[in-house]
Write a protein that binds this ligand. Structure first.
Ligand SMILES: Cc1cc2nc3c(=O)[nH]c(=O)nc-3n(C[C@H](O)[C@H](O)[C@H](O)COP(=O)(O)O)c2cc1C
Length: 424
């Protein structure tokens, strides 16, 4: 029987308070770490758990922490990525709202493991309420002695603060986030050097997603083998799936990693809205390749989705039924990526703009066959040609929509309107 460990207290109003969190076993893991483990032992335990980052790339968390130098004299930083702006993704917001101290405890353990005395939570600018919740939770943690100097008499010092972004998707990319935190324009950096070696203020820095960190306290408390027993061994653990679009019960579902996509849509989500036919699903947030209705009998984990040519990403599962115009859906996505392109790299800045214009022409029924071809070429010229993966995030949907629904794009050619009576 699967036991929820991230969202079990989510709908209880008092769950934001430290008293509630302590009453339900909160901060036990941090105390265990402080009193009986070395930073390296924490890293080894997280490595052994096979926890993979929930921010999108799925990089093994313990391995990333292990890259931070152990004997340097520079300060180290732990940055919590709460920028959550990927369309279709709304899980970190839920965690912050319903279980802020779990996020803080995960950040405290991570900070200890990487020998950091400073941690910032970088939160999306629009999350005003959530920033206040975190600020209050941080103050409560200071008041109870879990933050500050000489924490619980162990000699460990840790300060934590919230930094609000200004509403730019690019600042969720870890090096864009670092630049923004330094007070600069959020332009991603060329890697290497990776942040673990040279990040915030040129010092070793780990950037972790909110959900990734929320998994850490239970790994410390219950052990790596418990975590590995949930879902596939290579990418285990509890997972928050965000379900949106044409489903009867949209929402965030905490399920074992690797739960079948069909089951998530038809059982947890209650099936397709108005009992219509399913047409397509974006499984991992708007930037990952789309699946056709006949491809959804698949386990929702990193490796299983990669095997069928898509990605788990941030697990933002967007469901589209038979009435959806795929050209219109892609136009909607490209409108977002064109607006959010930071403009640093020419292929992304120009390509997203160009792609949106071509899509507009196709959707209004005024394009030629050549325009549809050109759209594919524009995407090919963006993909893998930019400093950060925002370019790929815009190109991959174009390529996959054309591959899977190319006939629908061609059916728009020369008709003078959208054949599915969509917006244009
Ligand atoms: C354009 C772009 C936006 C991103 N936005 C987010 C975000 O909002 N939240 C997040 O955790 N990761 C985001 N990422 C991924 C981060 O760069 C980074 O991989 C992640 O924060 C690492 O945390 P993890 O190892 O815990 O997954 C984004 C990446 C790109 C390319």
């Amino acid at each position: 029987m699967f036991e929820k460990v991230l969202t079990q207290h989510i709908n209880i109003p008092e769950s934001q308070s430290i008293e509630y969190y302590l009453k339900h076993g909160g901060y036990q893991a941090f105390q265990k770490v402080l009193k009986s483990m070395s930073p390296d032992e924490v890293i080894e335990e997280v490595k052994a758990s096979n926890l993979r980052g929930r921010g999108g790339a799925g990089f093994p968390t313990g391995v990333k922490w292990g890259f931070v130098p152990k004997d340097d004299s520079k300060p180290h930083y732990l940055l919590v990525n709460a920028d959550e702006s990927e369309p279709g993704t709304f899980k970190d917001r839920l965690l912050i709202n319903g279980n802020p101290h779990l996020v803080l405890e995960g950040a405290m353990i991570a900070s200890f493991a990487i020998r950091s005395n400073h941690s910032y939570i970088y939160i999306r600018g629009e999350f005003v309420k959530e920033a206040r919740i975190l600020e209050k939770a941080i103050q409560e943690a200071y008041d109870k002695g879990f933050l500050g100097k000489n924490i619980l008499g162990t000699g460990y010092n840790l300060d934590m603060a919230v930094h609000r972004g200004a509403g730019a998707y690019i600042c969720g990319e870890e090096t864009g986030l670092i630049e923004s935190l330094e007070g600069k324009r959020g332009w991603p950096r060329i890697k290497p050097p990776f942040p673990a070696i040279e990040g915030y203020q040129h010092s070793p820095t780990i950037v972790n997603n909110v959900e990734t960190l929320a998994c850490v306290p239970s790994i410390i408390e219950r052990g790596a083998s418990w975590f590995k027993s949930i879902g596939p061994e290579q990418s285990p653990g509890p997972k928050l799936y965000c379900l949106s679009g044409h489903v009867k019960r949209p929402g965030v579902y905490e399920l074992p990693m690797g739960t079948n996509l069909k089951e998530i849509i038809y059982e947890d989500g209650g099936g397709i809205l108005d009992d219509k036919k399913l047409k397509a699903v974006i499984p991992g947030g708007s930037s990952v390749p789309i699946l056709r209705a006949d491809e959804i009998d698949v386990a929702m984990d990193f490796n299983s989705l990669a095997a069928i040519g898509t990605m788990l990403g941030s697990a933002g599962t967007i469901v589209m039924h038979e009435d959806t115009c795929m050209v219109d859906a892609l136009l909607n996505l490209l409108h977002f990526y064109r607006h959010e392109s930071c403009g640093q790299c020419t292929p992304c800045r120009e390509g997203t703009n160009w792609a949106e214009k071509i899509l507009h022409k196709i959707e209004s029924g005024h394009a030629t066959e050549k325009d549809v071809e050109l759209l594919g070429e524009v995407a090919n010229h963006i993909n893998f040609r930019t400093i950060c993966p925002l370019g790929d995030a815009a190109a991959m949907p174009i390529q996959s929509f054309l591959k899977k629904f190319g006939d629908e794009f061609r059916a728009h050619v020369g008709v003078g309107h959208c054949p599915l009576n969509s917006r244009l």
